[in-house]
Every structure is written in structure tokens, then in C-alpha cells.
Design a protein around this ligand. Sequence first.
Ligand SMILES: [Zn+2]
Length: 291
Amino acid sequence: MTSAALADEVEQLKAVALAYEARHFPIPDFVLPPGVRMAVNFTLDFDAMLARRLANEPPMQLAKGEFGGRIGIWRLLEMYEAHDIKVTIFTPGRICELYPEALRRAARAGHEIADHMWEHHVPKDKALEEDHLLKTIAALERVAGRRPVGTRSEHSPALLRRQGFIYNSSTSCTYTPLYQDDENGMNRMVQLPVHFAIDDAMYFSANWAGSKTAAQRLLDPDEVFEMWRSAFWHQYRLGGYLNFMLHPFVSGRASRVDMLERLIVEMKKLPGVWFPTCEDLARHVLARHPA
Ligand SMILES: [Zn+2]
């Protein structure tokens, strides 16, 4: 590469980085409600077998997903309800057809039911994308009795805003809530960031998406407990935020429910730990730090 071409490439990279920066707005003086030192969102991505079916995975893998809908979700709901913690369940629209009872029960108990796309992907075609989102809203409203206001997806912000969504939870670009614009600098929305280090699928997935033996990740729950406990302590010392991304087909296994419960017991011993739904936190951000 000539030095002129290299300089050109550097300029292009700079432009991309600046454009990205110009549409992300961290909240440097982020303040939690009075008396709260740390907010912890527990989010359940209720994919069950859907993502695996779309990836054409074999029946044994589909059955793992099915476990999440038949058993995992119920175990997790019981555990969270025993600790009086409300969670956010990001639900593909099609899952409402498969497991309506679990979702109705969750909504009745005060958990938030939020969008996770119709079939776990966002179509490129705009009309089809809108069709998917509208079908998901209708399906979620049927089981939860109210329209969703949150999403974990890459749906277009303009479409989301038009349909009354107030937040997305799908970026890892920082560790506290922020605002994000679309690529035209419009349709600003609250983002509640997640991270793969606090995603159960990163630690407890065997044969995920046809991965090779060397890529298997079946960790001892105690090991994950230690990692997540230290992630929590780090944020607690700073005064901050954690958004745990869990999947009922992964974390619904008995030893992992037990590990989560031990983590919750430990968190609850400390003063100032708040367990809101994502909607509660997004509404706090909108009220305390208007866009
Ligand atoms: Zn998912």
C-alpha cells in the first residue's frame, strides 16, 4: 500500500469512528434513584428452540432449547418470585404461540414482557421488518395484556419509536445507560447495555451452532459464580449498573438456578442494590436525564 493510500484509509477510519461517536451519548453524571447505589437488571432471552431451528440445528440441539420453554422458564420465575425480583423477558413473537402460559404467568406476576423480534432476526426488507414487529407487538400484547415498550433487537429506531418503544438493550459500547441515535442522527432512544461476560450462553453452551469440540464451554457454575460476583463487586464499588443476559434453556438447569440464587442472596445483603425491570430503569433515565 502506498503512503497516500494508507493516509486515505486512516482518514476513512477516522470518519467512521467520528460518525459512530456523534450518535452515541453516554450519561457521564448518571444518577440512580435516592438511596440506590447499584442497579441490576436480570433479563431472560426466551429464545427456546427458535434460534436453533432457524440455524437448522439437529433435533438434539432443538430439544435443549425446548427445555427452556417447558421447564427452565418456570424454575427461573419461581426463583425470582421467591426473592421478589421483577425481571425482563425478551420474547420472540413466535414464542407466544409455543409457551403462552409461562408468559401469562410471568406478566401476572409483574415481570416485563419485551420484544426480541418475531423469529429472532430482523428482515432486511422494510415492509417485512414492519410486519414482523407489528405481529410481535400483537402477540406480546395478547399474553401480557399491554404493549411492549422495550426491545433487544436491531430493529430500525424510527420504526421502534413510531410504535411507542422507549428503550433498546442490545449494545456493549459502554457499561451504564446511554442514548443512541440512528445513522441519520435521529430517533434517539435509551440503550441499556449488556455484555457477553455476563451472558450465560458464553459459559454453558455445548455444541452451540455446530461449534467444534475445542470450542466447548461447559463451566462449573461455581467458577461462573466467582466471575459474576467479582463483576458485581466492581460495579458496586463504582456505583453502577449490570444487565445479566440469561436464557431459560441455559440458566434454567437446576445447578445454574441455584448459582443465580446464591448470587442474589449475596447482592441483597448489601445496601442500595436495586432490581428494576428494564422498563423501570429506562423510565428513570428518561425522567432524570432527559435526552
Ligand atoms: Zn436471542
